[in-house]
Design a protein around this ligand. Structure first.
Ligand code: RIB
Length: 337
C-alpha cells in the first residue's frame, strides 16, 4: 500500500453529515433505512454525500446501533457428507436473498465442539441459529439460546422441541416406502444397516421399515453414516442370508457397493440395495442407486425462511412444516428370481 493511501483519512459519518448539511443522527437514521421522518430531498442529499465520499459504515459500530449482525449460525455434524453441503446450499440461498451471512460450524459429531460453537456464535451476536447436529444437548440449547430468547430451529438429526418452529422430514414414511418396494420385489430377508445409536430421524426410518416387515425377517447390522463404514459392513452382510439391504443413508450404500465388489458380490444380482437421502451421486454410481429422496435443498430453504420470519416477528404463532419423501426407483434393486 502506498504512503499516500495509508495517510488517507478514514471517511466517517461526521463527514457525510457535514457535506450534506444535516446532523449525524439524521445521516445515521437515513443510512439505516429509518427514513419515515425525512423528506425525499433530505434523503437524496444524504445518499449523494455518502456516494460522493464513498462512505462505508463501520460494521461493528453499525451492529451496535442496530443490535443486529445480519448473520445466522449454522451447525452441522459433517460437511464431508454431501447431504449437509446440499442442505447448507439451500439455507444459504435464502439467507443471501435476505442479506444475511451464513456462519458455518462443522461440529464433527463432537458434543464439546458443538457446545463451544454455540457459545461462540452467541458471543458473535448472530441473529439466529440453525442446528442440524445431534450432539448438542437440550440443556446447552436452553442455556445458550432459548433462555435469551434467541430465534433458532433444530432440524434433521436434532429433534425439534416444543419451543421453536420446526421443519420435519417424513422419515417414517420413507422407511415404509423402502420396505414396501423391497417386499414388492419379493425379498423376504432384509439387512438393515444403521448406526448403533441412531438419531431420532434415523429411528423413525427404522420404525417405518418395521411396519412392513416382521422383526423375524430382519437382520440388523451397525454402521456409521459413512462410506467407510458401509464398505466394512459388507463383510458382515455376506455372512447372512439377506437378499436385500436398507441402508440408513446413501453414503452407507455407496460404501457397500465397493465392499461387496471387493468380496466378489454384485448389486442387484446378489443384493438389492435401497438408500436414503438421494444425494446427487446416487445418479452417478453404477448401478444407479434406488433410494428414498429427501427434499434436502428445500429443507434448507424452508428452515431459513421460517427462521427469518421468526426474527422479523418474534411473537408469531409457532409453525411446524413436514416435507414429504419419495421413492426413486433406479437400478440397485431387482425382483428376486
Ligand atoms: O447422510 C446423512 C444422513 O444423516 C441423512 O440421512 C440425514 O437425514 C442425516 O440425519
Amino acid at each position: 500500500m502506498g504512503l499516500n493511501k495509508m495517510k488517507q483519512k478514514k471517511i466517517t459519518i461526521k463527514d457525510v453529515a457535514q457535506l450534506s448539511g444535516v446532523s449525524i443522527t439524521t445521516v445515521s437514521n437515513i443510512l439505516n433505512q429509518n427514513t419515515d421522518r425525512f423528506t425525499e430531498a433530505t434523503i437524496q442529499k444524504v445518499l449523494a454525500a455518502r456516494d460522493q465520499l464513498s462512505y462505508e459504515p463501520d460494521y461493528l459500530a453499525q451492529r451496535m446501533v442496530m443490535k443486529k449482525s445480519q448473520t445466522i449460525g449454522v451447525l452441522v455434524p459433517d460437511v464431508n457428507n454431501p447431504f449437509f453441503s446440499q442442505l447448507i446450499k439451500g439455507i444459504e440461498t435464502i439467507l443471501y436473498e435476505h442479506q444475511f451471512v451464513t456462519l458455518l460450524c462443522n461440529a464433527d459429531q463432537d458434543e464439546a465442539k458443538e457446545t463451544q460453537y454455540l457459545k461462540e456464535l452467541e458471543r458473535r451476536g448472530v441473529d439466529g441459529y440453525i442446528i442440524a447436529s445431534s450432539m448438542v444437548t437440550n440443556t446447552a440449547i436452553d442455556e445458550i439460546i432459548r433462555r435469551k430468547n434467541h430465534p433458532y430451529i433444530v432440524i434433521d438429526q436434532k429433534q425439534a422441541d416444543a419451543y421453536s418452529d420446526a421443519v420435519l422430514i417424513d422419515d417414517w414414511a420413507g422407511g415404509q416406502l423402502a420396505a414396501q418396494h423391497l417386499k414388492d420385489c419379493g425379498h423376504e430377508r432384509i439387512a438393515m444397516i444403521f448406526p448403533a445409536h441412531p438419531t431420532k430421524n434415523v429411528n423413525r426410518r427404522i420404525e417405518g421399515f418395521q411396519s412392513v416387515y416382521d422383526t423375524s425377517q430382519l437382520i440388523f447390522i451397525h454402521a456409521d453414516l459413512s462410506k467407510q463404514s458401509g464398505r466394512f459392513a459388507a463383510q458382515q452382510l455376506i455372512q447372512t442370508d439377506a437378499t436385500a439391504v436398507f441402508a440408513a443413508n446413501d453414503e452407507i450404500a455407496f460404501g457397500l457397493y465397493l465392499g461387496l465388489d471387493e468380496l466378489g458380490k454384485s448389486v442387484p444380482k446378489d443384493y438389492s440395495i435401497v438408500g436414503f437421502d438421494n444425494i446427487e451421486m446416487a445418479e452417478y454410481v453404477k448401478p444407479q442407486l434406488t433410494t428414498i429422496a429427501q427434499p434436502i435443498f428445500q429443507l434448507g430453504q424452508t428452515t431459513a425462511q421460517l427462521l427469518i420470519e421468526r426474527i422479523n416477528q418474534s411473537d408469531k404463532e409457532r409453525q411446524t412444516i413436514t416435507l414429504p419423501v419419495q421413492l426413486i426407483e433406479r437400478f440397485s434393486t431387482a425382483h428376486l428370481k
